[in-house]
Design a protein around this ligand. Structure first.
Ligand SMILES: Cc1ncc(COP(=O)(O)O)c(C=O)c1O
Length: 370
């Protein structure tokens, strides 16, 4: 169930109802092309993360440019991708609980679906469900390469779990998942690189140990927007899972070095709804229209105007001297502080080019948290 879109195709920008999630199509396509170009001619494929975009439309654009499929964090996200036409999905996460596991293995009858594990009991549950549905499920062992989230330790613990996976008739050991998300936002490029080099060393050592046990790593998946080039050049990763690169946000805009090749393509379009004082304007996009977990949005193109605070339905702007012309009804373009949770607040992307609405894309995995 989706709400009515805030715009119609062909409409000029001034008529878009707000708050609206707007994609600048030229910038977006340039980002997609740049990622595709940086992996072209290498054995590494993109598996763009649907946790960011939440829409099979975006996944299919990535696949049309060479991506192997999509990454998802949730089984409901994976369903949205498969129902939207994506044929190859990795759940880059652990799925626990009979209901989720049944949905996963049932989905594996309709498309190529794989999942990550870090626990032997979970492996047994996946195996039982896979056999009940008559599928042989590819499974990646997740290793903790510094993220301090899920995953077993690299080396022997990973090998032990991989052997356990391979011993289950309903499962197939397909490789490793090694994602170092905390490294993505290390601002200094040298420190970020050093963190990822440690991750690559852990992966390499684990692959060698697996090989000695006769276990081949067909897939090694990981990496995000802030580090993908290093994983892609490592010779050990086969896939990169970058998500934010297609849209970008304030948080990534602060990171040194690459990912500067990507430009901001995602905006929340808001309208000035109150102008109670010369130094204050209030827009109609607050917490329910923007995620502020990584900081406030940036006001695009108005350097003297600052988004200071958000309440549920209001965004409070501080207006400096140069911004005093801002009037009731004016549209304001906001760069989200953090793109993923902001996108999850909307049912539609309003895709614009040349001053008018060119497309409306449903965000069918919006709110897919199961
Ligand atoms: C497992 C995994 N892979 C890939 C990504 C994508 O990262 P980014 O949006 O920084 O490219 C994330 C983001 O949190 C993630 O959790």
């Amino acid at each position: 169930v989706t709400t009515r879109p805030p715009a119609d195709v062909g409409m000029p920008l001034a008529e878009i109802d707000t708050p609206a999630l707007v994609v600048d199509l030229d910038a977006y396509e340039q980002n997609l092309d740049r990622m595709a170009a940086s992996l072209a001619g290498t054995p590494v494929r993109l598996r763009g993360h649907a946790k960011t975009h939440k829409s099979p439309v975006v996944a299919l654009h990535q696949i049309a440019r060479g991506a192997v499929g999509a990454c998802c964090q949730k089984v409901s996200e994976a369903e949205a991708m498969v129902y939207g036409g994506v044929r190859n999905v990795l759940v880059s996460n652990e799925l626990v609980g009979a209901r989720k596991i049944a949905r996963l293995v049932a989905l594996a009858r309709q498309a190529d679906v794989a999942v990550c594990v870090d626990d032997p009991g979970n492996v047994r549950d996946l195996d039982a469900a896979a056999r009940a549905f008559g599928v042989r499920l590819p499974v990646l062992v997740e290793i903790d390469v510094g993220n301090v989230r899920c995953g077993v330790a690299p080396g022997e613990p990973a090998v032990t779990l991989a052997r356990h996976v391979e011993a289950q008739p309903g499962l197939r050991f397909a490789g490793l998942q090694a994602y170092y998300g905390r490294a993505q936002h290390i601002n200094e490029v040298d420190k970020r690189r050093a963190a990822i080099e440690g991750c690559i060393a852990d992966v390499r050592q684990t692959i060698d140990l697996l090989k000695r046990q006769g276990l081949a790593c067909e897939t090694v998946s990981g990496a995000g927007t802030g580090s993908y080039r290093w994983e892609a050049a490592s010779g050990v990763f086969t896939e990169v899972q970058a998500g934010s690169y297609c849209f970008m946000d304030v948080e990534y805009g602060l990171v040194e070095g690459f990912p500067r090749e990507f430009t901001q393509s995602l905006f929340v379009l808001a309208t000035v709804m109150s102008r109670p004082a010369p130094e204050r304007a209030v827009v109609d996009a607050g917490l329910k229209a923007l995620s502020v977990d990584k900081g406030m949005p940036r006001v695009h193109g108005l350097p003297d105007v600052e988004y200071q605070r958000a309440s549920d339905e209001h965004g409070i702007l501080h207006v400096g001297d140069a911004g005093r012309g801002l009037r009731l009804g004016d549209q304001v373009w906001l760069v989200p502080g953090h793109c993923d949770p902001t996108i999850n607040l909307y049912d539609w992307y309003v895709a614009v080019r040349g001053g008018r609405v060119e497309a409306l894309w449903p965000i069918t995995a919006r709110g897919a948290v199961l």
